[in-house]
Design a protein around this ligand. Structure first.
Ligand code: PHE
Length: 339
């Protein structure tokens, strides 16, 4: 009898079935009232008393094993059946979770797009820069406060290697490689050593433009910026230029646009003035052209630079700068329609 139990145990261990019907046939063969294991139970009566304990244990073991194996086969046969009959693997999964573009990417693309239509091409440069491209070639005096530790992130042990604090470094990189006519737009991330708050961050994004050719004048700059403002904020937008100072432009100006909320009447957004500051600009200082290998007696140029966060704030009224870098999906999903 022990022989018979062992033989059945081997059989049970190797059972196979692919359909629920085959599994049922196995169940009948081994586990039903007229099955192999019931037959063993019947024979059990004639087992001598001293063997009963061991044989009883063996039969139980066999029964458990058979039940376990047949249940396993049943589960996988049912899964196979659902897969082949009911699941259409070619069906599109619903609901489709679409990602959204980041609001800063949306605004950057829009700015780049407007200037591309005016003939500007895209230029990019490294975020980890050297002092020359960020400051010296841009006519910053050696003791200019912007180089100070408070503003600039230095790479430890390499005082000459810094994180760029403005995208003007890309202008330098374009000018050193290319002679005029130059007409480029340079978007990118910049870093400044500032405490992070709702109004300031240690990194933000800029778009800078540079145009160098013969006979480029302030008039050209003004017209291009007016067109940009009207494309970006609507055809009724007006601009105003106020005198300012940058080491790399002379003369320099800051540009305001008529308030995007009240149109110039005065509201809380523009603090009653009717104007919002959006960018810095000016005629490229001849010293910058010379430092970058361009003959300033032949060529003139203009440059402008703006913060992407600032423009995005005016468009979407985001109150806290930190929202742009926290990746809160509830915030990012607000921009699904703007994609
Ligand atoms: N680089 C300046 C800044 O970061 C912006 C600027 C660019 C101003 C070009 C004038 C001309 O503030």
């Amino acid at each position: 009898m022990l022989e018979k139990i062992k033989q059945l145990l081997d059989e049970v261990n190797c059972l196979q079935a692919t359909s629920p019907e085959e599994v049922e046939a196995l169940r009948i063969k081994y586990l039903s009232k007229k099955g192999e294991i019931s037959a063993l139970m019947n024979d059990f009566r004639s087992v001598p008393a001293e063997m009963k304990k061991e044989i009883g244990m063996r039969i139980n073991e066999l029964k458990n094993k058979a039940t376990e194996r047949i249940n396993e086969l049943k589960t996988s046969a049912l899964a196979q059946e659902t897969l082949s009959d009911d699941v259409d693997l070619t069906r599109t999964p619903y609901p489709i979770q679409l990602g959204t573009r980041h609001p800063l990417t949306i605004v950057k693309n829009e700015i780049v797009d407007i200037f591309s239509r005016m003939g500007f091409t895209l230029a990019e440069g490294p975020e980890v820069e050297d002092d020359w491209h960020v400051y010296s070639s841009m006519n910053f005096a050696d003791d200019h406060p912007a180089r100070d530790m408070q503003d600039t992130f230095f790479v430890e042990a390499h005082p000459d290697i810094i994180l760029r604090s403005h995208t003007s470094s890309v202008q330098a990189r374009v000018m050193e490689k290319q002679q005029p006519p130059i007409r480029v737009i340079c978007p990118g991330r910049v870093y400044r050593n500032e405490a992070v708050s709702a109004r300031a961050h240690c990194f933000f994004h800029q778009v800078e433009g540079l145009y160098v050719d013969k006979n480029v004048s302030f008039k050209d700059l003004k017209q291009v910026l007016l067109l940009f403002a009207q494309e970006m904020f609507g055809p009724d937008t007006q601009i105003r230029l106020r005198p300012s100072y940058f080491p790399f432009t002379e003369p320099s100006a800051e540009m305001d646009v008529s308030c995007t909320i009240c149109g110039g009447k005065g509201c809380s957004m523009c603090k009653g003035s009717g104007w919002l500051e959006i960018l810095g600009c000016g005629m490229v200082d001849p010293a910058v052209l010379e430092a970058n290998g361009i003959d300033s007696t032949v060529y003139t140029g203009y440059a402008f630079g703006m913060g992407i966060e600032r423009i995005a704030n005016l468009k979407y009224q985001v109150k806290d700068l930190r929202m742009f870098s926290e990746n809160d999906v509830r915030f990012l999903e607000e921009f699904t329609a703007a994609n």
